[in-house]
Unconditional design. Structure first.
Length: 443
C-alpha cells in the first residue's frame, strides 16, 4: 500500500499528502539541493586529470579499448584528445581539480568527489531522465518526487519541491522533475526567472482577497466531498494545490526578492544585479528555499554539450557556475545548514577521451564520468574510485546511477528497496530492481 493510502486510513477526513513523515531510520540529510549540469560536463577538463591522455594526444586509442564501444556521433577510432586545462592539488585532502574551478578548489575539503559514475544512456534526454528517475523511459517519478513522497514537506507556504532553470533548461524537460504515477502533489514546481514566479500568481483586476477566499472554500468543500466519496488521492492533491497557490501569493514574491540580502552575500555568489536571472541567482534562491523549509530544490543548467569549441565552452561555463556552486556550499556551512543538507553537482554522463569537431570537442561518454556531493552525511575531502589512464573505463569502485540513487535515499533515511508505490499491479521504486548503497561515500 502507498504511504498516502496509509495516511488516508489513519482517520483524518482531509489528510495532508505533504505532511512530514518519519523515514525508515534516522536520516543524515533533511533536504536536497541538486545542481544538475545538463549537457554533460567533461570529467577530463574538470575533475579527472589524465597525464597519459596528454602524452597520447593525437594518437589512435588502443583497439582493445574500443571493443563493443558505442559512441553517440563519432567513430570510436577517432584520435585521442588531451585535456585542455591543467590540474592542481586543492585543500588538505589533496583533491586534484581543474584550474577552471578556482572557487570550488577552496571548498575541496568539504567535497565528496565520485570519479566513477556509470550509466547506460548515450544521449541527453534519455540520460537525464535516467539520472533523475532511474529509467530512460518517460513516466517514472523523479528523485525529488520520491523524496517528497517519502518525507513530506516542511514548508506550509512553499512547495516541497521547487525547480529553477538557467541557460537552456534541460533536454529531458519536465520528465526530469515530474511525479510520474505518484499523485501530482509530489511533482516539482518550476519557478520562473522573471515576472511572477508561478503563472497566474497575481489576482486579476476586480478579484479581491475576500472573493478569492470564498471561491477556494467552496472548491475545498466540493473536493472534500469527492475525496470522501471516492478516496482518490488526486482529490487530496487538488485541495493541497489550491491552498498552496493561495499561500504562494505572499510567500513567493518575498522569496524571490533579494534586496534584503547583504552586499557581501551577493558578492560571494558573484551576483552583480540581484534581479538578473541566471545560475548564480538560482544558487542563492536555493539557499533561501532551504532556509524556508523547502525539502528539495533542483537547479537545471544545460550548457555543457561541447561537441566543439570545448576550450572556450568549459571556460565560460565554469565562469558562470563555479563561484556560485562553491558559494552555496560555503553559505550553507556558515549558516549551520550543510550538515543536514545534501548538495549534488553533476550531469547525465561524461565526454569521450577521443576528439570530435576538428581538434576541440568531445562526444558523449557513458562509461565513466564525475559528480560531487557535499554535506548531508557524505565523507568530506574524499575521492571515490578511479578511471583508467585515458579516462575511458572505470578501473576500480564503479558507481552506477542506481547505486548513487540508493545511496542518496539512504542518506535521507530510506531503505531504497522499501520506498515503493504500487502501480499497474506491482511495486515500483526509484532504483527499480537494482542498486546498492555505496557505504564508502558515507561519513
Amino acid at each position: 500500500h502507498s504511504l498516502l493510502r496509509r495516511d488516508a486510513l489513519a482517520g483524518s477526513p482531509l489528510p495532508n499528502p505533504l505532511a512530514p513523515r518519519v523515514p525508515h531510520f534516522t536520516p543524515k540529510a533533511k533536504r536536497v539541493i541538486y545542481l544538475f549540469q545538463a549537457g554533460a560536463p567533461s570529467h577530463l577538463e574538470l575533475f579527472d586529470p589524465k597525464p597519459e591522455l596528454t602524452k597520447r594526444n593525437g594518437q589512435l586509442p588502443p583497439a582493445d579499448l574500443l571493443k563493443d564501444y558505442r559512441a553517440a556521433f563519432i567513430k570510436p577510432n577517432s584520435a585521442l584528445l588531451g585535456p585542455k586545462y591543467k590540474f592542481a592539488l586543492q585543500g588538505k585532502c589533496g583533491m586534484e581539480l581543474s584550474e577552471t574551478l578556482p572557487h570550488l578548489g577552496t571548498m575541496a575539503d568539504d567535497l565528496c568527489l565520485i570519479r566513477t559514475m556509470q550509466t547506460e544512456a548515450v544521449n541527453h534526454a534519455p540520460a537525464q531522465i535516467m539520472m533523475n528517475t532511474g529509467s530512460q523511459q518517460f513516466g517514472r517519478p523523479s528523485f525529488g518526487s520520491w523524496t517528497i513522497y517519502g518525507l513530506g514537506s516542511q514548508s506550509e507556504n512553499l512547495p516541497g519541491y521547487v525547480v529553477l532553470t538557467s541557460a537552456k533548461g534541460t533536454s529531458g524537460g519536465a520528465s526530469n522533475y515530474g511525479c510520474g504515477f505518484l499523485p501530482t502533489v509530489y511533482g516539482g514546481i518550476p519557478f520562473r526567472p522573471t515576472g511572477d514566479p508561478v503563472l497566474y500568481l497575481s489576482n486579476p483586476k476586480g478579484y479581491d482577497v475576500k472573493t478569492q477566499r470564498a471561491s477556494l472554500d467552496t472548491l475545498q468543500r466540493l473536493n472534500s466531498l469527492a475525496l470522501g466519496h471516492h478516496g482518490d488521492p488526486e482529490a487530496a492533491a487538488r485541495i493541497q494545490n489550491y491552498e498552496l497557490a493561495y499561500q504562494l501569493q505572499s510567500s513567493a514574491p518575498e522569496l524571490m526578492d533579494l534586496s534584503a540580502e547583504p552586499a557581501s552575500v551577493l558578492e560571494m555568489y558573484g551576483i552583480k544585479d540581484p534581479k538578473q536571472p541566471g545560475f548564480a541567482r538560482n544558487c542563492l534562491l536555493a539557499r533561501r528555499l532551504a532556509e524556508r523549509g523547502v525539502r528539495f530544490v533542483q537547479l537545471f543548467h544545460e550548457a555543457w554539450d561541447q561537441h566543439g569549441d570545448l576550450t572556450n565552452g568549459i571556460k565560460n561555463n565554469c565562469k558562470d557556475t563555479d563561484q556560485a556552486s562553491a558559494a552555496l556550499v560555503k553559505d550553507l556551512k556558515q549558516r549551520g545548514l550543510l550538515d543536514d543538507t545534501l548538495v549534488i553537482w553533476g550531469g547525465e554522463f561524461g565526454r569521450t577521451p577521443m576528439v570530435q569537431g576538428g581538434n576541440d570537442g568531445r562526444d558523449h561518454h557513458n562509461r565513466a564520468f564525475s559528480l560531487w556531493l557535499a554535506g548531508g552525511g557524505v565523507k568530506r575531502g574524499y575521492i571515490h574510485g578511479a578511471t583508467d589512464d585515458l579516462g575511458f573505463n572505470v578501473a576500480r569502485d564503479p558507481v552506477h546511477v542506481h547505486d548513487l540513487n540508493a545511496t542518496l535515499l539512504h542518506l535521507l533515511g530510506f531503505d531504497h528497496t522499501k520506498l515503493t508505490y504500487r502501480f499497474q499491479g506491482r511495486d515500483f521504486r526509484l532504483t527499480d530492481v537494482h542498486g546498492e548503497v555505496v557505504h564508502a561515500l558515507l561519513a
